[in-house]
Design a protein around this ligand. Structure first.
Ligand SMILES: NC(=O)c1ccc[n+]([C@@H]2O[C@H](COP(=O)([O-])OP(=O)(O)OC[C@H]3O[C@@H](n4cnc5c(N)ncnc54)[C@H](O)[C@@H]3O)[C@@H](O)[C@H]2O)c1
Length: 418
């Protein structure tokens, strides 16, 4: 175990002896440095005292971060960004040549599945190939994207083909979006590499953030990351299916769940029901399914349950309301509570389904800034004949709507569907 960090939001101290000088072995570049994972990670390293280059092909995001503005919501990140821009530890660039000047190159570009839910095992390899001329012997390349198993080995072969002597490690990211700054400093870090030197360098690097590193073989670590997200996705599906069973039977899922949990630790981890969405859980479950030759019944069944929930909710509403003349208000378009991220949000599936049925659908969200079709909450509350809570933002807890509310999240305990 190697660790020098601490789970606190204050800047790491003492900083002075850690500041970069020529010959230091801890200069870091993040490839994909303005993304949801790359940016908080870069901020955390820079705040720990490391000189960090955030390299990204998205020029608008680079300009925004350089100007001190976060491109998305991340708790405590504004404060850290201001600090590391002021102390000179952070450099923003679209120029890949800056990658050659660092010791650790962390690759954390997106790894989405395509419209047929197929992963692209070549995505990370191609991104590295594009900057291959800027890599050099002696560097440490950290794979941090969530990858199809075997991609780290592909990257190792790519580097070998180009005659590069680079230590490669795979160190998966396990933060929850929105809580990255805090979690990077409190979660243990899984580290893996083919050689003791790669594992040592990975441990040393992440030791700047966390007190605990957990070594695994490379392929074990690739699977550990996929299993982590798949496990959550399956748990949400189990809760959602139980919700549907209870509701179809006329029973109250939340009352049952509360009774199951009360002073009974073995059931304590049953999640509430809700839309299980976002850029990772379905995607990584499908990566694992593809890896297992599409033989992953639990994963595919979870997809059917979770992706089918919006349709189930619309059926539930239609069973008691003639939607054709009604205005439906959709509360929350982000993929989860207290987030501004709409990537793979099931709120939009719900919106599409409701638009087929309802007279009008009005959408609102206090955090989302990238959707031009949103209305202020007050207007939605005033004009809607019926409300559906799609994302469980805290602000909705205190609402006392005058119209029926469909609230799968159990956010407004007094507002039962009518
Ligand atoms: N979002 C999460 O909560 C989360 C959590 C854990 C792991 N992950 C994994 O981390 C990875 C990144 O996810 P994300 O949500 O940060 O994606 P993202 O789309 O927010 O960020 C990716 C960034 O990479 C940049 N990029 C793309 N190609 C590039 C290239 N060739 N060179 C330089 N920059 C490039 C993009 O412009 C973007 O800013 C994925 O594999 C994801 O599964 C995500």
């Amino acid at each position: 175990m190697i660790g020098r960090g601490a789970a606190s939001l204050a800047p790491f101290a003492p900083q002075a002896e850690r500041r970069w000088t020529v010959g230091s072995t801890d200069r870091v570049a993040i490839v994909g440095g303005c993304g949801h994972v790359g940016l908080p990670l870069g901020l955390a390293f820079a705040d720990a005292g490391l000189p960090v280059v955030l390299y990204d092909i998205d020029a608008a995001a680079v300009d925004k971060v350089r100007a001190g503005k976060m491109p998305f919501f991340e708790k405590d990140a504004d404060e850290v960004l201001a600090r590391v821009l002021a102390n000179g530890n952070l450099t923003l660039t679209c120029d890949p040549t800056l990658v050659s000047g660092v010791d650790h190159v962390v690759v954390v570009i997106g790894t989405p599945v395509d419209e047929h839910l197929n992963p692209d095992p070549g995505a990370v390899v191609q991104a590295i190939e594009l900057m291959i001329d800027h890599l050099r012997d002696g560097q440490h390349l950290v794979m941090r994207s969530t990858v199809y198993p075997g991609v780290t080995a592909l990257v190792e072969r790519l580097l070998a083909r180009h005659g590069l002597a680079i230590d490669v490690s795979f160190c998966p990211e396990r933060i929850a979006e929105g809580r990255a700054i805090e979690e990077l400093r409190s979660l243990p870090q899984i580290v893996s590499g083919r050689t003791p030197e790669a594992v040592r360098r990975a441990g040393d690097l992440f030791g700047w953030l966390t007190d605990k590193t957990i070594p695994l073989e490379v392929e074990e670590a690739e699977l550990a990351k996929l299993f982590t997200n798949t496990w959550r996705y399956i748990k949400f599906a189990a809760a959602n299916q139980l919700y549907m069973i209870a509701t179809d039977y006329g029973a109250d899922f939340e009352r049952i769940r509360a009774a199951m949990i009360e002073d009974y630790p073995r059931a304590a981890d049953i999640p509430g029901a809700g839309l299980a969405a976002g850029p990772c859980l379905l995607k990584d479950t499908m990566q694992l399914a593809a890896f297992n030759r599409n033989n992953f019944m639990l994963g595919h069944a979870s997809m059917l349950v979770n992706e089918g929930l919006p349709g189930y909710l619309v059926d539930q509403i239609e069973a008691v309301h003639d939607l054709s003349t009604m205005t439906v208000g959709l509360l929350g378009m982000a993929f989860k509570g207290e987030s501004d991220d709409i990537r793979s949000s099931l709120s939009y599936k719900l919106k599409r389904l409701l638009k087929l049925k309802a007279g009008r659908v009005l959408c609102t969200d206090p955090y989302v800034t990238v959707d031009g079709d949103l209305e202020p909450l007050d207007l939605v509350l005033e004009q809607a004949d019926l409300l559906v809570v799609a994302a469980p933002h805290h602000v909705y807890r205190s609402l006392a709507p005058r119209v029926p509310v469909f609230d799968i999240w159990n956010l407004l305990p007094t507002a039962k569907p009518t």
